[in-house]
Design a protein around this ligand. Structure first.
Ligand code: S3P
Length: 427
């Protein structure tokens, strides 16, 4: 689907965004291996999370979906059954990485695959620590590296101490899920803090996971127990409106009920440093996760340098931060973000290429990009590359560009933000 977007000022609105993608995936996965019925509210019905549901249904878990309310009839830590056929994760990196960790300690074998993008994304990063734990994982080997489809044979696992060489919550979560089935303690050392939704939710359901500095220690438990899970709005989806409200003249937007876990709020810190007028109000804790209402007003931005420890807390927001930086005064440098190359597309290449088409002064670097702010962007015909975050970032840029912008393949926004287009229209 192609969409055409025209520039707009005076955008006003108060709304909520769909549920957090990372938390929705985990609610279904962890609910499935908990004992009893998990009622989930605010679930993200984007394609990625629906892929997770379909994988668990194939493993014998009964799951009812009614709008954004989902009921998972969990069968406990040892209740999954051997799936019929291949588990298809669609476009979802979180599903394939976390499932690989969860499945390597079961008493059955299975095969996991996904779409073209998934088959190009690295699986070696999860296979290395899981094999150390005793896992049997094989698949497609290219340049000595593992790719999907992957075969996971159930094995007896043992706890390990593992220093991760990439700051990846997906790798950490895969190891933590395997640790639930391992003999002894498992320790994971993070190079930089990554999103901690797995630790929060597993502990909420009865796991024993502690943090000591940059080390996460998981001790075995006999069972997880089902509880209600309320999923907050996704800050990665709210990010598109935080930038829209900041760069479109005279705009004022409030997004209620957004997850503001500090491992995810790098976007707010960075926009504040750039001069944005954003306030975080009514902070509260829901099911262990910090939640708040966020208010944003149009403001002038200045360029800054973004790198180091903050990168994992805003990795998915870098494309839309690049949009803000394109219209900021002065130079923005984004570094230490090489992980962008192994997302749904090579996001360094794709966002640089599309923003250039809109007239941005932006250059690719080895681990990020350098952007010199310009006074105005101008409409053009842009590609989404089937990457939801690129499509939505370009849509935000289009609202602040002169003339008409066409975005090709906008339907991929449904992967993480069903109805994105309607939100833009309503604003
Ligand atoms: C996610 C972790 C991040 C993020 C992805 C979701 C998760 O990936 O980019 O969209 O839910 O754990 P990495 O852990 O590979 O950085």
């Amino acid at each position: 689907m192609d969409i055409i977007i025209y520039p707009k000022e005076n955008l006003k609105g108060v709304f909520t965004v769909p549920g957090d993608k990372s938390i929705s995936h985990r609610a279904v996965m962890f609910g499935s291996i908990s004992d009893g019925r998990t009622n989930i509210s605010g679930f993200l019905t984007g394609e990625d999370c629906l892929s997770t549901i379909s994988c668990f249904k194939k493993m014998g878990i009964e799951i009812e979906v009614c709008g954004t309310d989902v009921v998972v009839h969990g069968k406990g830590l040892h209740g999954l059954s051997s799936p019929e056929g291949i588990l298809d994760v669609g476009n979802s990196g979180t599903t394939i990485r976390l499932l690989t960790g969860l499945l390597c300690g079961q008493d059955f074998n299975c095969k996991l695959t996904g779409d073209n993008s998934i088959q190009k994304r690295p699986m070696e990063r999860v296979a290395v620590p899981l094999r150390e734990m005793g896992a049997d994982i094989s698949g497609i080997i290219k340049d000595n590296k593992l790719f999907a489809p992957v075969n996971v044979k159930g094995k007896k696992l043992k706890g390990i101490s593992y220093a991760m060489n990439v700051a990846s919550a997906q790798v950490k979560s895969a190891i933590l899920l395997a640790s639930l089935y391992a003999d002894g303690q498992t320790e994971i050392i993070e190079p930089e803090p990554t999103r901690n939704h797995t630790e929060i939710m597993l502990n909420y359901l009865g796991a024993d996971i502690k943090r000591d500095g940059n080390k996460i220690i998981s001790s075995p438990v006999k069972e997880l127990y089902a509880k209600e899970i309320h999923v907050p709005g996704d800050i990665s989806s709210a990010a598109y409106f935080l930038v829209t409200g900041t760069i479109c003249k005279n705009s004022e937007i409030t997004i209620n009920n957004v997850g503001v876990n500090p491992t995810r709020t790098g976007i707010i810190s960075v926009l504040h440093e750039m001069g944005a007028n954003i306030s975080v109000e009514n902070k509260r804790v829901v099911c262990g996760e910090p939640v708040a209402d966020i208010h944003v007003k149009y403001s002038k931005l200045k360029g800054i340098t973004i790198g180091g420890d903050i990168i994992p807390s805003l990795i998915d927001e870098i494309p839309v931060i690049a949009v803000a930086a394109s219209l900021a005064e002065g130079k923005t440098v984004i570094k230490d973000a090489g992980e962008l190359k192994v997302k749904e597309s090579n996001r360094i290449k794709t966002i640089v290429c599309e923003l250039k088409k809109l007239g941005a002064d932006i250059e690719e670097t080895e681990d990020g990009m350098v952007i010199n702010g310009v006074n105005r962007l101008k409409g053009n015909v842009c590609e989404s590359y089937g990457d939801h975050r690129i499509a939505m970032s370009i849509a935000v840029a289009a609202l602040a560009s002169q003339g008409e912008t066409t975005i090709k393949g906008m339907e991929c926004a449904d992967i993480s933000f069903p109805g994105f287009y309607d939100y833009i229209e309503r604003l």
